[in-house]
Design a protein around this ligand. Structure first.
Ligand code: 0O3
Ligand code: SF4
Length: 342
């Protein structure tokens, strides 16, 4: 990419003046919030309304800077460890899930907990517990150090070995090759995971697969949409934070699908004008933790530079929703009942 001499965003002319034939945006659908993120963010907001500030949240509730800042302004306090939460307070666990030891630590500190772990992450935890109870060696495909992997591994630390991509397979050792299963993080690249699984199967032909997909519906759908637009796009902009695994994967998938270039941005203010040089088709999507307002900001930024035609690239319909964490539902029900009695 070369440096640009184009006008700065503030000075950019808008509308017909800059509209050039052939400039278009391919907008991925689905994109942005998945059911687990929506639930987790609403859970923090409802908890703030129900119990008042502050509500402590262990780890970023979802990996998005804007979401975290917005909730902080409303009274949420984000901490890295339960030990930082004052005794007797309320702490919420993030959508990525926690290891059982974290629940124990919270109980020791007499914390009231609200667990916003996505039900689809919990499903993987339960699979890990079940296979460990049957004494399987569990090969967990995922990214080393990622919060979700730490949580899932904590369910059965003596049975789980992390496999961080196909390059890790050569080093994997198991106790009994006839009793091995693979599980995965929910937000991985589908294609890279299948590469890892194929390599594992070469090594362990009796490898058992999870009972259902661990890579969740939302991760899969967002990747399918980006694949559909990738070859037609000179540039794919992915809105998402740098620590958002599923958002980072969308950049990789776009490049793998043939996009001329792809960049991850937290919002329109991070887009480099130089990226548009020679570009007539821009693909646009967002990670599962990204509010739509940030995508709207990027669409506005692009429209000011002549990219006014927006075509939707639809890969799937999504209608799944999850009910709020049970602790919140219980208290909201109790409050509603008290109001009825009055
Ligand atoms: O797991 P990832 O880094 O992609 O997390 P995000 O960005 O917060 O997205 C939501 C996914 C999640 C909570 C775990 O599946
Ligand atoms: Fe749940 Fe999937 Fe969203 Fe993760 S990306 S929070 S597993 S729905």
């Amino acid at each position: 990419m070369t440096a640009t001499s184009r006008p700065s965003p503030a000075a950019a002319p808008s509308g017909d003046a800059v509209r050039r034939a052939g400039k278009r945006v391919l907008l991925a659908a689905p994109r942005g919030y998945c059911a687990g993120v929506d639930r987790a963010v609403i859970a923090v907001e409802k908890a703030l309304e129900q119990y008042g500030a502050p509500i402590y949240v262990r780890h970023e509730i979802v990996h998005n800077k804007y979401v975290v800042k917005t909730l902080e302004k409303k009274g949420a306090i984000f901490v890295d460890e339960t030990a930082e939460v004052p005794e007797g307070s309320i702490v919420m666990f993030s959508a990525h899930g926690v290891a059982p030891v974290v629940h124990e630590e919270a109980a020791e500190r007499r914390l009231a907990t609200i667990d916003a772990t996505c039900p689809l992450v919990t499903k993987v935890h339960k699979e890990a517990v079940r296979f460990a109870s049957e004494d399987y060696d569990i090969l967990l495909i995922g990214h080393d150090g990622h919060e979700e992997v730490i949580g899932t591994s904590g369910e059965a630390p003596d049975h789980i070995t992390l496999v961080d991509g196909p390059g890790d397979v050569a080093n994997v050792e198991v106790r009994d090759e006839s009793k091995v299963v693979w599980l995965s993080q929910t937000t991985l690249s589908v294609d890279e995971t299948m590469e890892t699984v194929d390599a594992l199967k070469q090594k362990f032909p009796l490898l058992v697969s999870p009972p259902s997909d661990d890579i969740c519906y939302a991760t899969q759908n967002r990747q399918i949409a980006v694949k559909q637009m990738g070859a037609d796009a000179d540039l794919v902009i992915v809105v998402g934070s740098k620590n958002s695994s599923n958002s980072v994967r969308l950049v990789e998938v776009a490049l793998g699908a043939g996009a001329g270039a792809s960049h991850l941005v937290d919002g329109a203010d991070e887009i480099d004008e130089a990226w548009l040089e020679g570009v007539s088709t821009v693909g646009l999507t967002s990670g599962a933790s990204v509010p739509e307002v940030l995508v709207e900001g990027v669409l506005e930024w692009l429209s000011q530079r002549g990219f006014e035609d927006v075509e939707i690239v639809k890969a799937a319909e999504e209608s799944i929703t999850f009910s709020l964490p049970k602790e919140l539902r219980r208290d909201l029900r109790a409050e509603a009942a008290a109001l009825v009695e009055k």
